[in-house]
Design a protein around this ligand. Structure first.
Ligand code: 4AD
Ligand code: MG
Length: 482
């Protein structure tokens, strides 16, 4: 069966005009006149549908009544140049088999625009919409491009563990893994849970980052990257946070923070260019969708650039590189800070930046992507290289328009004594992290890395506004339905 099928993307390239073909797919719409029915069919291979022309003298009425939106059909016929103006080719059906019916009284998707909220409740079917078809294809292209970028540079892909005993970010926002029955946990004499009896003989969690293990690999393989699922039990119900998301984490020996920034900027531009070069139809569709959506917004909330223009803008401009300290000065003097328009008013050096501040810097002040470096050590993780000022660390966050932080990274603390001292100050259990510390004893070198939140990148590339719409099955607080 499979061997005879032609994907719609191939049919539309017109190379098979005049041939007998078989195409399978799902019906998007059906229009009927007295003598013919026109069926728009989609198989996921492209945003475009192929038009099937069903002459009522050839395709019987009892077949045609079953051809409703959502039904799966198999069409045999001839690919011809279309007489219509909407499409260049169409299929003159000779036989149609209804593979799977979709009762129009029950099928929830109509051939009209549904709200994204509605489609989140129908995540099992939303792949069948133009928007989610486009996002799914772009997501695939971006995954492929990530691997291609690093492979072409001689990086090795490392699978780091999903179940770990360590909290890499030290933020404590972890999902615990246990085989204990929660109603009957083995306890120690002092009433605490006796994890020694648990499956791994210790407390374990779902990983929040593959970085620490990535560092181990980099300190032998030179350049590595991970691309895996990460899990955070932070209760932030925002349009930019997921409890389960995918992160790309390169880790490079002999890279300082400047090399790290160069690589990150090059990678982001590579991914944007890959999307522009390979996903043009889908991007055009999403751009048009966004423009339509924005028409309902007040003028001052509309974005200044259309999607493709915005992607090109990022490609063509150097990212601004400046320090956290500079950013604080800018923010303190900014209008929204003085007029108390920010939800979090910036009072003094040391404050953590919220997404509203990051977006102000990018969208209003610099009007370009920004890389901020040298953050206060107290708002960053224990593993970052300490600067000589004793106050800051060699962190780098990349901030993007519409998103805020898209990348977080740093040069790593490679000096054993400094690392140990910092771990003690921050209550990082050094006994459990003995293996991490040992790399600083044996052949330690300057090294750096960063993490790109894959769904944040997807938000940027697709122009979508909510992270729940760029991953097929989002995991967020109180939501793990599909
Ligand atoms: O800044 P983060 O926490 O950095 C790390 O995890 C480091 N270990 C990375 C490294 O240096 N190897 O997270 C990195 C990125 C963020 O910039 C953001 O894009 C994304 O991961 N991210 C999230 N994306 C979706 N939902 C969440 N809850 C996210 N938390 C972080
Ligand atoms: Mg971060």
């Amino acid at each position: 069966m499979q061997k005879e099928l032609t994907k719609i993307i191939v049919l539309l390239s017109s190379s098979k005009v005049g041939e007998k073909i078989t195409v399978n797919g799902w019906v998007r719409t059906k229009r009927e006149s007295k003598n013919v029915a026109f069926i728009a069919l989609n198989d996921g291979s492209t945003i475009k549908n192929i038009q099937i022309v069903a002459d009522k003298e050839i395709i019987s009425e009892d077949i045609l009544v079953k051809i409703n939106t959502g039904a799966a059909i198999s069409v045999k016929g001839e690919l011809v140049e279309s007489k219509g103006t909407e499409q260049s080719v169409e299929v003159i059906a000779e036989t149609i088999i209804v593979l799977g019916e979709a009762n129009p009284d029950e099928y929830p998707l109509q051939p009209k625009r549904h709200s994204l909220e509605f489609l989140r409740e129908k995540a099992h079917l939303r792949f069948r919409t133009n928007t989610f078809g486009a996002i799914t294809r772009i997501r695939h292209a971006m995954i492929f491009a990530v691997h291609k970028f690093f492979n072409d540079k001689g990086f090795y892909n490392i699978h780091t563990p999903i179940i770990t005993g360590s909290d890499a970010e030290g933020a404590g926002e972890m999902f615990h893994i246990s085989v204990f029955n929660p109603e009957n946990m083995p306890l120690n004499e002092d009433g605490s849970v006796n994890y020694a009896e648990d499956f791994f003989g210790k407390e374990t969690n779902l990983t929040v980052s593959g970085q620490l293990e990535g560092e181990l690999a980099a300190l032998a393989m030179s350049n590595v990257y991970t691309f895996g699922p990460t899990f955070r039990a932070e209760n932030s119900n925002t349009s930019r946070h997921l409890a389960e998301f995918w992160m790309i984490e390169p880790e490079m020996a002999f890279y300082d923070i400047n090399d790290n920034m160069d690589l990150a900027e090059e990678m982001l531009k590579y991914l944007v260019k890959y999307a522009l070069d390979n996903c043009a139809d889908d991007l055009q569709f999403l751009e048009k969708r966004l423009i339509d959506e924005e028409k309902s917004k007040p003028q001052n909330q509309r974005s200044e650039m259309a999607l493709i223009e915005k992607l090109n803008f990022v490609l063509e401009n150097d990212f601004v590189r400046t320090t956290y300290t500079e950013a604080i000065k800018i923010l303190k003097n900014s209008k929204p800070n003085k007029k108390k328009k920010f939800n979090f008013i910036i009072e003094e050096w040391g404050a953590d930046l919220q997404s509203e501040h990051e977006r102000y810097l990018v969208e209003k002040h610099f009007k370009k992507p920004v890389i901020l470096t040298d953050y206060p050590k107290d708002i960053k993780a224990f593993y970052m290289k300490q600067n000589d000022d004793g106050k800051t660390v060699r962190a780098m966050d990349i901030l993007f328009p519409g998103i805020g932080e898209i990348i977080g990274g740093s040069q790593r603390e490679e000096r054993y004594d400094y690392l140990l001292k910092r771990m003690r100050e921050m209550n990082i259990p050094e006994k459990e992290m003995w293996w991490y510390l040992e790399t600083r004893k044996f052949g330690t070198v300057v090294h750096s890395g960063y993490g790109l939140g894959f769904e944040r990148m997807m938000l940027f590339v697709t122009g979508m506004g909510n992270i729940r719409d760029v991953i097929p099955f989002p995991r967020t607080p109180k939501n793990a339905e599909f």
